[in-house]
Structure formats: C-alpha cells, structure tokens
Design a protein around this ligand. Structure first.
Ligand SMILES: [Zn+2]
Length: 248
C-alpha cells in the first residue's frame, strides 16, 4: 500500500452530508452560529505526529460534568470511530480516564491531539464541548463530536495536511476569522496557515470531505479552493486512514 500519510487530523465534513442531512441544519443562520474548533497543544511542528498516537488498544473516556441527555448523545456518536479504529474508545464512570470531557460554555470546543499534551492533573479535562445542549440539532452533534474525537485519536486539521492545495489570501483570512471568531493573527496562522512537515508527517491525499476539514469559503484562498460545507460524517478516507493508523 502506498505510504498513506498520517492524515493530518482535524475537523470536519462529508461529501455525503448534503445528500444525507437535512439542509435546514446548515442555513446561513446556522452557519453563522458555528464555532471553529481549535487544537490544544497540537503536535509541535517539526516533531513526528506519530509521537501523538496512542500506544495501547483501549483509550478510556469519562465525563467530568454534563447532563445525561447530552452525555448520551456524545457517547453514542463518539463510538462510531470504534467501527474503523483498532484503538477502541471505552466510556467509564469511575477512575481516571485518558480522555476527560467538560462542557464549559466559555471554552469553545477543542481537544488535545492524541497523547500530545502537557502534564495534567488527573482531574483536568482534555476535551471541551462549549455549545452542545439538549436542544442542539443532531447534525451539529455529529459534526463536533466526531471531529473532537478525531483529534483525541491523533488527527489534526485537514487543511494543514502537507498535501493541502490551499493557497491562502492571508489578509482575507485574517479579516474573516477576526470577525467570526475574534481570532488574532497568530491564532489564524496557527490554525489555518501552518502545515505539518511533509517529511515528518504521515498523511493521506487531501480530503475535502474529511471530518477534520474546516468549512472554508473560496474567497479566503487565491486559487479558489473551497471547502463548501461543514462535514458532519466520517468520510471514506477518514475511515480507511484511522484503520491504517490503528490496525486491529
Ligand atoms: Zn479541530
């Protein structure tokens, strides 16, 4: 099999989304409410992302807080990764888990990338869902939960894949994310422009339907690459890539 690179792992989407999901969920109003995920402690540039891969077969997950209605949805969706990954997610109710989930409303949605994280106390959360409530629509649950657990399994954002064809209109991107997410220039550079090093990263061919891709308007690029929708399902490449990262 050709060296299927470590697919840079990061946030969203599926080509099948438009066919499979009610469009009402992605109206302009809904898009305007979407928030961008930021990676926590992404693999240091220049270090092999393989350093962030789990070295065991079962990764435990525990909720540190939250209401059952939300927890149950998150758990059900997260477990979809188990159908494809040799590293299995296992939810537990007691003890110290590898992945520890909080729901801080002012914390955005984010996760550490695999095992790449600073020294943490056992009680510190490693993943946050800042805007999921019992009333959040199911498409948004799928989009954000599959994405954050992609990070937790070691995936980074698809647009930072070394194979990404995107040529950024940087000023347009600075302006756009300052407006939508109040990001400063350094945050835009870290979350959009910085790519993982080709020589030190395993990655797949660029996959615009990856759950780890952002929605990116073509106006933010100079070569009119557009990621035209928020993906909310695992793409075919997401499934094969995680299976290659973590063989059964
Ligand atoms: Zn992300």
């Amino acid at each position: 099999m050709p060296a299927m690179p470590y697919r840079t792992l990061i946030v969203l989407l599926a080509a099948t989304l438009l066919a499979a999901m009610p469009q009402a969920a992605l109206t302009p109003d809904a898009l305007a409410r979407l928030r961008f995920c930021t990676e926590l402690s992404a693999p240091p540039k220049g270090a092999a992302p393989t350093a962030c891969m789990w070295k065991k077969k079962t990764v435990t997950v525990r909720f540190l807080e939250g209401v059952p209605a939300v927890q149950n949805k998150v758990q059900k969706i997260a477990l979809e990764w188990n159908a494809y990954s040799g590293v299995q997610l296992a939810f537990i109710n007691a003890g110290t888990a590898d992945i520890r989930i909080g729901f801080k409303s002012d914390g955005g949605s984010n996760s550490y990338v695999g095992t790449c994280r600073p020294a943490l106390a056992d009680s510190d959360q490693t993943m946050n869902f800042g805007w999921l409530t019992p009333g959040t629509d199911d498409v948004e649950y799928q989009r954000v939960v599959l994405h954050e657990f992609g990070h937790a399994l070691g995936l980074v954002h698809e647009h930072q894949n070394p194979a990404s064809p995107i040529k950024w209109n940087k000023q347009a991107a600075y302006d756009y994310y300052a407006r939508t997410d109040k990001w400063d220039r350094a945050t835009v550079e870290r979350n959009l422009f910085d790519k993982y090093n080709e020589a030190e990263t395993r990655y797949s061919a660029f996959d615009s339907s990856s759950i780890m891709a952002y929605y990116i308007p073509k106006e933010l690029t100079t070569n009119h690459v557009e990621l035209g929708r928020w993906n909310s399902t695992l793409s075919a490449t997401d499934k094969t890539f995680i299976a290659q990262m973590y063989p059964r």
